[in-house]
Design a protein around this ligand. Structure first.
Ligand code: CTP
Ligand code: CA
Length: 235
């Protein structure tokens, strides 16, 4: 911790942090997954704990040791993560959606292993997908006018479709309605790395800060911004 644990500005606060990447089973042996390691979510949990928060950590297939003091909630699929977030988000001051959530899952998981047809070398199965719930969006909508929880989204973007990564992130910030959106440009690739570079946007897509460095430094910068949007503690 670069601050030596001096700043205890989250005492009395509780955070729900999602981390890692969901896995969507196609059949008993195969799944759809993504490159998220869970390290940024873990760093957020560490930083929040050091600053005095209580932390519930919803972990989607994360192969890392639980940060001491965190309450770990293991999940596998996007549906399971949605359920866990729905169950816990009413009990926390902030929801931090660092997990990479599958946008699509199998419409129906095959009960038996999907086989290839040796008699027809050109045949391929088609796997029907359906959309998963947008947990961030749902959480913003369900919060309505309530002050809690503060909601932080993440967006890993590459440029494309005629727009820069930053332009896409600004549009996403406005569309999602979260209090903060942490944007990183993954054109160069950062997954699994211990460093990160992000811009923290508000709900209007305006940039509040920019930080590059270790994932723990990025985590503290995100929590600095989060602390500034939390409503005052009521005693
Ligand atoms: N997210 C979520 N539920 C989903 C998908 C994403 O809560 N089903 C959250 C992620 O945890 C992240 C934020 O939404 O905090 C943005 O995710 P991202 O994949 O960048 O946004 P999408 O709206 O899914 O857009 P895209 O088409 O670029 O994937
Ligand atoms: Ca997505």
């Amino acid at each position: 911790d670069p601050r030596g644990g001096v700043l205890r500005d989250l005492v009395g606060r509780e955070l729900l942090i999602t981390a890692g990447g969901t896995r969507e089973d196609l059949d008993p042996v195969r799944f759809l997954a993504n490159h998220s390691s869970g390290r940024q979510g873990w760093a957020l949990a560490h930083a929040a704990l050091v600053r005095g928060a209580r932390v519930r950590l919803a972990a989607a297939s994360v192969d890392l040791e639980t940060p001491p003091g965190a309450r770990r909630l293991d999940v596998r699929s996007a549906d399971e993560l949605a359920e866990t977030v729905a169950e816990h988000r009413g009990q926390v001051d902030a929801l931090v959606m660092a997990a990479a959530v599958a946008d699509f899952t199998a419409a129906e998981r095959a009960a038996e292993k999907i086989k290839k047809d040796d008699a027809d070398e050109d045949s391929v199965p088609s796997i029907a997908l359906r959309r998963t719930e947008d947990i961030l969006r749902r959480s913003v909508l369900d919060r309505g006018d309530a002050a809690r929880p503060a909601i932080v989204g993440f967006a890993a973007e590459t440029g494309g479709h005629g727009a820069s990564a930053l332009e896409l992130a600004r549009a996403k910030a406005r569309r999602k309605g979260a209090d903060l959106l942490v944007f990183n440009d993954v054109t160069a690739g950062v997954f699994g790395s211990s460093d990160n570079a992000v811009r923290i946007l508000d709900r209007d897509g305006q940039e509040r800060s920019e930080v590059a460095g270790s994932k723990i430094a990025v985590a503290h910068a995100v929590i600095d911004e989060l602390a500034s949007v939390l409503p005052p503690v009521s005693w």
